[in-house]
Design a protein around this ligand. Structure first.
Ligand code: SF4
Ligand code: MG
Length: 335
């Protein structure tokens, strides 16, 4: 059986005054029904561009998918007309952003915003739409849905607004939700509640989720699998336990080490020194080589190949390649 989503060798570029930024440089991953994939990385690593591409929302121009396949339920979205894409967006695919106010209209009641989508797309009656909206509000943990439907966005707290946005995303029963830093703007307690909510929704609806985040704490709470992105590429992809307990890539390890561990004294925090490379002119070799404590000669010149550690764990790093490591030892012995 084919996966729900199958992304192969995706490349996305953006034209800017300074030239063309190669934001996504050959990303491949797949997603099954009911699964949560977290895409993690620093800002500018290409995680948002990847998710916008999957949503069919890359602004063209200045953006462009220059290569690759985004197969959603067996159909390549890259080849679809704007009209075909629009039919899928909002029905099969939903997106949740960091700031719920970008998705809510301040001048309309919650009820009319919730029902708008279904009345439009699924030709439900007003009453059916209202029932569905109340059901969704209850699902996302908003009590008194009947009363709340009559209220406006400003009458809700930030966390409640994000719950409403999640209800809106779910109302057309999508196959896939992409959530881009959905809890970053919320305080820690509310954040935990919203992440719990994602887990609950998934158990009840079997929706697949792509969670875009820079926060490994978020990842730990919701992900089944994790893709670590750096400089436009996925450098490591694996099940949650692979990434947290047996990560094979120095960048993943640096990310894990940089997490503030509340159980340790603060001087054990090890941030990653340096900055990611310029994506106007991506490096010939490993993009992490300037910051990597294990960098070898070959790393600077040749792209690291993908090593598959087990069925679902893949790492792009020369350290896992016997040829490179043996060669390095020889070079060091000679010096
Ligand atoms: Fe470090 Fe080389 Fe691995 Fe890149 S390929 S992460 S530079 S060891
Ligand atoms: Mg989950």
């Amino acid at each position: 059986q084919e996966p729900l989503l199958d992304v192969k060798n995706l490349h996305v570029s953006f034209k800017t005054h300074g030239g063309e930024v190669k934001a996504v440089r050959g990303v491949s991953f797949s997603l099954e029904k009911g699964e949560t994939l977290a895409i993690v990385g620093e800002s500018g690593c290409g995680k948002s561009a990847t998710s916008l591409a999957v949503m069919g929302l890359i602004p063209e121009p200045p953006g462009r998918i220059t290569e690759g396949v985004i197969s959603f339920k067996g159909r390549d979205m890259v080849k679809m007309s704007p009209k075909q894409k629009r039919r899928i967006q909002g029905v099969n695919l939903s997106m949740i952003f960091q700031d719920p106010m970008t998705a809510l209209n301040p001048t309309l009641t919650i009820g009319s915003q919730l029902t708008e989508g279904i009345v439009h797309q699924k030709k439900a009656t007003k009453t059916q739409a209202r029932d569905k909206a109340m059901e969704m509000l209850a699902l996302v943990g908003i009590s008194n849905p009947e009363e709340r439907m009559k209220q406006y966005p400003h009458q809700f707290s930030g966390g409640m607004r994000q719950r409403i946005v999640i209800a809106m995303a779910l109302i057309c029963e999508p196959d896939l939700i992409i959530a881009d830093e959905p809890t970053t703007a919320l305080d820690v307690t509310i954040q935990a509640q919203i992440l719990e909510l994602f887990n609950k929704i998934q158990k009840e609806t079997d929706v697949a989720i792509i969670m875009i985040t820079h926060d490994l704490g978020v990842v730990a709470k919701v992900a089944d699998r994790i893709a670590v992105m750096y400089a436009g590429k996925i450098v490591e992809l694996g099940a949650k336990r692979d990434i947290f307990y047996r990560s094979g890539h120095p960048y993943t390890q640096a990310l894990l080490n940089s997490v503030v561990r509340l159980d340790l004294p603060s001087d054990t925090l090890r941030p990653i020194n340096g900055a990611p490379p310029d994506l106007f002119l991506p490096p010939a070799g490993c993009a992490f080589s300037q910051r990597c404590p294990f960098a070898m000669e070959v790393c600077e010149h040749v792209q690291p190949p993908t090593t598959t550690l087990d069925a679902h764990h893949a790492v792009d790093c020369w350290l896992l390649d016997k040829r490179a490591v043996e060669n390095r030892q020889r070079v060091e012995n000679l010096q």
